[in-house]
Design a protein around this ligand. Structure first.
Ligand code: FAD
Length: 554
């Protein structure tokens, strides 16, 4: 294979997204160019991977023909050949496979440490979070919250305008935000790091340090796998044949369905169920386990069930689905609950039963990378696989599937792989948030988990109706439950169901992570008329009857 070079160009005259596309096409049309990218028109930059020795004038000329001006400002060797020891020759120190949040964090860390990085992405840059996960779901949730609140205000007689939802517009606003954030947080960021080369293509490992990208061979020094996870559906008879919505399709439905069955009542299923219910769809949530939000504290599951039912959602738990059929454009789910056969019907079906790692067809086992039962990559505490030159990060590990964990993994693994820093993965304390309204936010151990681990447990539970902020806001839904170790007084877990609970939980995370005791929290002032003050009240609840307190959690 020919030796390659990476060239960076300044481009003038671009005024819109299509200008960037024109310049990219012009560069790709030049003989000897393997790859060309214009990340964003307003950055005025382009990168090209081309056969070594290419005349820069050919590139400028091609761009001039399409109506713009371009000049090469930097060029350097860019290669794939392995060194004598079979390792990278120094020209690609780190190859990151997957351009989602984990991959980006790793690539940036590698560049900041002074290494040459290649980031390979098979599809849309940015991965799940910005394109089909956190960003689209949270902006839809907020839109529907506003719509729902307006309805409540009308109900209470303090707002008079009537209005029905313009669903296509809600979806268009969501798409606009996704585009903006993909550009601002991914494309533009990439363009700011000349040490990172973005390659479009599907990568697979070929053994040792070998990687093949759409047929082209590379031998980087270290490899980081960040290929994420995809929606997974259980093996229910008929499901494969009828077709159904997964979370990605459900975030992009152009027509609002009249009715919707949601299979799976964990975070993604519950968030989407409430979005559609608030938009006016008749929603039935079906869960195999005995309660919704099945991995949260039981008190939280049961309170949230009540609130969702009050909003009109039908919640069915402990239901084992045995068959899915379609008749007269309706989905029919058959199964049983407590030995009784039941059927549920709706115009649409959403399957939100979890995500599984993207590891098929990556050549992992042939390269000495071991997989677990669900196809997840197995790593040690440094995020290294059984192949010493291959690390894995983010959702492909099949655990703690949150974007902030993916980013943390990326930074940690890049540093370990490139510098031998030996940093250890530690995520015991992390918070998880389910963005229903009210939100669930929790961190650390539940009461049941703490008892199972042999702690001498003490518990304080506070209903939000005792929190002044909740009273002032006239929204007293929810509760705060704290779990502490009675022998050391250390906080072990915090479990909150409240509007914007995600904004409160981090105080508890710090306490859990840094061993702050219940008495230290008790002697700390919390601002009055904030929901966070609820944490202080819950702390006081370990010893006092908080209903008998005066102002300011004294
Ligand atoms: C509906 C939904 C809502 C969510 N909401 C939240 C939230 O509110 N907060 C939160 O913290 N987390 C949330 N998450 C989870 C979060 O999005 C993920 O944990 C995170 O995006 C995972 O990042 P990642 O980099 O590991 O994987 P991804 O972002 O999935 O990136 C993997 C990338 O690898 C690419 N790829 C795969 N195979 C190859 C290959 N062979 N070659 C090259 N490229 C390849 C893929 O195209 C993809 O772009 C949500 C997820 C969903 C589905």
């Amino acid at each position: 294979m020919a030796e390659l070079e990476r060239l960076e160009l300044n481009v003038r005259g671009m005024t819109c997204d299509s200008c960037a596309v024109h310049v990219e096409h012009a560069l790709k049309s030049v003989k000897g160019v393997h790859e060309a990218q214009v990340p964003a028109w307003d950055l005025g930059q382009a990168t090209v991977v081309a056969e070594a020795g290419i005349d820069p004038a050919w590139l400028s000329e091609a761009v001039r023909h399409s109506g713009y001006l371009a000049k090469v400002r930097a060029r350097r060797p860019w290669g794939q050949a392995g060194g004598a020891d079979g390792r990278g020759d120094g020209r690609i120190d780190l190859m990151v496979i997957g351009g989602g949040s984990a991959g980006f964090a790793a690539a940036i860390k590698g560049a900041e440490l002074g290494f040459q990085v290649v980031l390979v992405e098979a599809s849309q840059i940015g991965g799940t979070c910005v394109n089909v996960g956190c960003v689209p779901s949270k902006t839809l949730i907020r839109s529907l919250e506003q719509y729902h609140l307006a309805g409540e205000r009308r109900f209470r007689g303090i707002e008079t305008n009537q209005g029905s939802i313009d669903w296509p517009r809600v979806i268009a606003h969501k798409d606009e935000l996704v585009r903006e954030m993909r550009k601002a947080k991914y494309s533009d960021v990439l363009a700011a790091y000349p040490q990172i080369t973005h390659l479009e293509g599907r990568a697979r490992l070929t053994g040792g340090n070998g990687v093949e990208i759409d047929g082209e061979a590379f031998t980087p020094g270290k490899i980081l796998i960040a290929t994420g996870a995809s929606p997974w559906a259980p093996p229910i008879a008929g499901l494969g044949e009828v077709g159904y919505l997964d979370s990605e399709a459900a975030l992009d439905l152009q027509d609002l369905p009249h009715s919707l069955l949601v299979l799976g009542a964990n975070a993604v299923g519950l968030e989407l169920a409430q979005i559609y219910a608030r938009a006016g769809t008749k929603v039935t949530v079906i869960e195999l386990l005995p309660r919704i939000a099945p991995f949260e504290d039981e008190a939280i599951s049961s309170a949230l069930t009540e609130y969702l039912e009050e909003e009109g959602l039908q919640i069915v738990t402990g239901f084992a689905t045995s068959r899915v059929e379609q008749a007269d454009a309706r989905y029919i789910l058959s199964g049983s609950r407590d030995g009784v056969d039941l059927k549920f019907e709706a115009a649409q079906l959403l399957v939100a039963t979890g995500r599984r790692p993207n590891t098929a067809g990556l050549g992992l086992e042939e390269s000495g990378v071991r997989l677990g039962e669900r196809g997840e990559i197995l790593v040690d505490e440094h995020l290294r696989t059984d192949n010493p030159d291959v690390y894995a990060i983010g959702d492909v590990l099949g655990r703690d599937m949150f974007v902030y964990v993916a980013a943390y993994d990326g930074m940690l693994a890049a540093e370990n792989a490139l510098t031998g820093a030996g940093r250890v993965y530690d995520a015991d304390y992390i918070a998880r948030v389910t963005f229903t309204d009210p939100q669930i936010a929790s961190a650390g151990l539940t009461e049941v988990q703490a008892r199972e681990r042999g702690y001498e447990v003490k518990v304080s539970t506070l209903e939000m109706k005792h929190v002044p902020r909740a009273l002032a806001a006239r929204d007293t839904r929810g509760l705060i439950k704290l779990v502490a170790d009675a022998s050391t007084d250390r906080l072990l877990g915090a479990h909150i169901l409240a509007p914007e609970a995600g904004e409160i939980i981090q105080t508890a995370v710090l306490a859990i992570r840094f061993g702050i005791t219940v008495s230290e929290l008790r002697s700390t002032m919390f601002p009055y008329l904030t929901n966070a003050e609820g944490l202080k009240l819950a702390v006081l609840g370990f010893e006092k009857d908080v209903t008998m307190l005066s102002c300011c959690a004294g």
